[in-house]
Design a protein around this ligand. Structure first.
Ligand code: SF4
Length: 370
């Protein structure tokens, strides 16, 4: 089919890029979907740029009704805080479902197609689409955003867990795994600290592979400083951001020698003053190395707390404080391990195994899979 050439319209061509203008022009945003859910997420975000195929993604109505794209759209809307979970899912699908009913999807597709082809036809490069992110990472991010949005809804609708329910959940976790352990290999507080610093945006398995050789070469602050940044980087080059991490590991080792006689401090502020050490890392070190009942909120724990409704919160800090306030003291030391392991192996981002979940009857997630 020859493509009809439509002269560019000034507002659409100069404002927000092709897919967005196309979708908003179509009226998809008026057809039952929220503005952010349909015009932004449905077309410009989940559609063209992320798929890496702007034209096809933007022009096919199916792109907005298919699983990942639908989730991306809805989660984007939810993450933006415009709608609670269920309505947002519908709204995200609105580019497809609601839009199909109202005849808006067709208009959205046409509008998006026009918008998507305009830059090429005019010969001008209006915007450069960002490079597509890897699909698995995007899907996990979508799932985590949906969990966060669900937590937001629960916080508003007063369906918080009762004290009895929380105690029951942790009694079950304890019965199942009385002494939960972290999965980062370490021999003392220093190697634990280094391993946790290296674990940012990396799996524990990947970190363990990297630290196997690193700790054989240097397992004390003095030895790490002697080893130097280049050698540390060589050992951990399989990890993302390894150059920055190598720099942090050597510098934090130097500062431990300079400020703490080479000993890892049992103090949150002192830990957080080290390069590469944030609140989560400090909490992990305090909990595992020193037995302080802290709760380190990583991506798994953040998702589980929001998805289940145990301690919904928009940020890791809000979730951490919520858990601290609700979990009975007798469970606090191991609480973060139980929840992290639960999120890693059962309540997974994209495929939660609700059939194997020991707290399924307590969980508030409306999309349980059995
Ligand atoms: S029932 Fe499903 S969603 Fe809820 S905590 Fe268990 S695995 Fe997660």
């Amino acid at each position: 089919m020859p493509r009809k050439i439509t002269p560019p319209k000034p507002a659409a061509a100069t404002e927000a890029g092709a897919p967005k203008s196309g979708a908003s022009k179509s009226g998809a945003s008026k057809s039952g979907a929220s503005k952010s859910g349909a015009s932004k997420s449905g077309a410009s975000k989940s559609g063209a740029p992320k798929s890496g195929a702007p034209k096809s993604a933007a022009t096919k109505p199916g792109a907005s009704t298919s699983g990942p794209a639908k989730s991306t759209a809805s989660a984007s809307a939810m993450a933006a805080g415009h709608a609670p979970v269920s309505p947002a899912v519908k709204a995200g699908a609105g580019g497809g479902k609601a839009g199909t009913k109202a005849g808006a999807a067709k208009g959205a597709a046409k509008g998006a197609a026009k918008g998507a082809t305009r830059p090429a036809l005019s010969g001008k490069r209006k915007q450069v689409a960002p490079p597509p992110s890897p699909a698995p990472r995007r899907n996990k991010a979508v799932a985590n955003a949906a969990a966060a949005a669900h937590g937001k809804t629960l916080a508003r609708t007063l369906t918080a867990w009762s004290e009895e329910e929380i105690a029951e959940a942790f009694t079950r976790f304890e019965a199942q795994d009385p002494e939960p352990k972290g999965e980062l290999n370490h021999t003392d507080a220093f190697t634990l600290l280094v391993a946790v610093v290296l674990s940012a945006q990396a799996t524990d398995t990947g970190v363990n592979k990297a630290t196997h050789g690193l700790f054989a070469a240097a397992s004390t602050p003095a030895a790490m400083v002697t080893l130097g940044e280049e050698e540390v980087a060589r050992h951990i080059r399989t990890l993302g951001l390894y150059r920055g991490k190598a720099k942090n590991v050597v510098e934090l080792s130097r500062l431990l020698l300079e400020r703490h006689a080479g000993v890892v401090p049992r103090d949150r502020a002192a830990l957080e003053a080290l390069p590469g050490v944030g609140r989560k890392t400090a909490n992990v070190v305090l909990n595992i190395a020193f037995g302080v009942p802290t709760i380190a909120v990583d991506t798994h724990l953040f998702r589980v707390a929001n998805r289940t409704g145990l301690a919904p919160g928009p940020t890791p800090l809000a979730v951490e404080l919520g858990l601290e306030a609700r979990i009975p003291d007798r469970f606090k030391l191991h609480a973060h391990h139980w929840l992290i392991l639960h999120g890693r192996y059962i309540c997974k981002a994209t495929r939660p195994e609700c059939g194997r979940c020991i707290i399924a009857d307590l969980c508030r997630w409306p999309e349980k899979r059995f």
